[in-house]
Ligand binder design. Structure first.
Ligand SMILES: NC(=O)c1ccc[n+]([C@@H]2O[C@H](COP(=O)([O-])OP(=O)(O)OC[C@H]3O[C@@H](n4cnc5c(N)ncnc54)[C@H](OP(=O)(O)O)[C@@H]3O)[C@@H](O)[C@H]2O)c1
Length: 271
């Protein structure tokens, strides 16, 4: 039986991936700073060796997109290779193209030039951002500087299933897999679907970029993360992120989950 280390395994993707891997009969070791099976902190090198002992493959969610953590990643990969780990999958982002020398692009480079066989997953924006992260409605409103830009929101469960297949089979060595939902929706369309499932009104407000940045600063958000987020949202606003990717079809041999089906399953269940 293979054992997989999930760094960032207590997050949105990691929890779903852990469940999937266990269902498929694999053993899972969940790592994070504050929860899971083993304490792991990218900024504490002493936590690397015990995390990788006895591990076959590693799934990596990084410590955020605000600052360059690629030197830590390179160091970790060397420790993992020394411990006999055979492959690594990195959760990157499709929007890496919108910030070419940002922390996410640098992390990808560390993986590609590192000692382990790798697969890089590049998902579009998560559907779950509307229920668990940055687009959760506040007082019935989702505000973002994206105008009528469309995005093929991806169901995190699809990402987890793709990641599980990649780790279990090793069939996508040294490849990038772009993953998205099956159709692009504008934010007006997305909140209409969400509102119908939540059973309460939700509206979208097209915020100015300045207003969005001010809101993030007031909440204490690091400047590096603001730069990354504005690049991602700028990609949506410009229409350049509206294209659909075929990662789910390629790896799982089925269509990606629609935003409507995701909303029915997860948002509708909270009613
Ligand atoms: N949201 C989107 O639309 C979207 C789209 C494409 C790609 N992505 C990418 O997805 C990733 C986020 O995945 P997610 O949403 O599943 O994560 P998440 O829900 O935000 O959870 C983050 C995880 O990382 C752990 N973590 C944070 N800092 C850490 C550190 N210094 N050392 C060790 N563990 C640490 C957290 O646990 P502790 O706090 O306990 O350490 C937690 O397990 C990001 O890399 C992002 O770029 C997101």
């Amino acid at each position: 039986m293979s054992t997989f280390l999930l760094i960032g395994g207590t997050g949105k993707v990691g929890t779903r991936l852990a469940e999937r891997l266990r269902t498929e009969g694999a053993a899972v070791r969940i790592a994070s700073r504050t929860g899971g099976d083993v304490r792991f902190d990218w900024r504490d090198h002493a936590t690397y060796a015990s995390a990788v002992a006895g591990i076959d493959g590693v799934f990596i969610v990084g410590p955020g997109s605000a600052t360059d953590w690629s030197p830590l990643l390179s160091e970790f990969l060397a420790v993992a290779a020394g411990a006999g780990v055979s492959r690594v999958a990195l959760l990157s982002a499709r929007g890496v193209e919108f910030l070419k020398d940002g922390a996410v692009a640098l992390a990808e480079r560390a993986i590609v030039t590192g000692p382990l066989e790798w697969t890089i997953l590049r998902p579009s924006h998560f559907a779950q951002n509307f229920t668990e992260a940055m687009f959760v409605p506040v007082d019935g409103e989702v505000a973002a500087p994206v105008a009528d830009g469309a995005e093929p929101f991806v169901d995190v469960l699809d990402i987890a299933e793709v990641a599980a297949r990649v780790l279990l089979t090793g069939s996508w060595p040294n490849q990038f897999i772009d993953i998205s939902g099956p159709t692009a929706l504008t934010f007006d369309e997305a909140v209409a679907v969400l509102a119908a499932e939540l059973g309460r009104p939700v509206v979208f407000r097209n915020e100015s970029a300045e207003e969005h940045i001010e809101r993030l600063r007031a909440a204490g958000t690091p400047e590096g993360y603001i730069i990354w987020r504005m690049a991602m949202l700028g990609g949506i606003r410009s229409g350049r992120d509206a294209y659909v990717s075929d990662g789910v079809e390629r790896v799982l041999g089925r269509s990606a989950t629609s935003f409507e089906d995701w909303a029915r399953r997860e948002a509708g269940a909270t009613r």
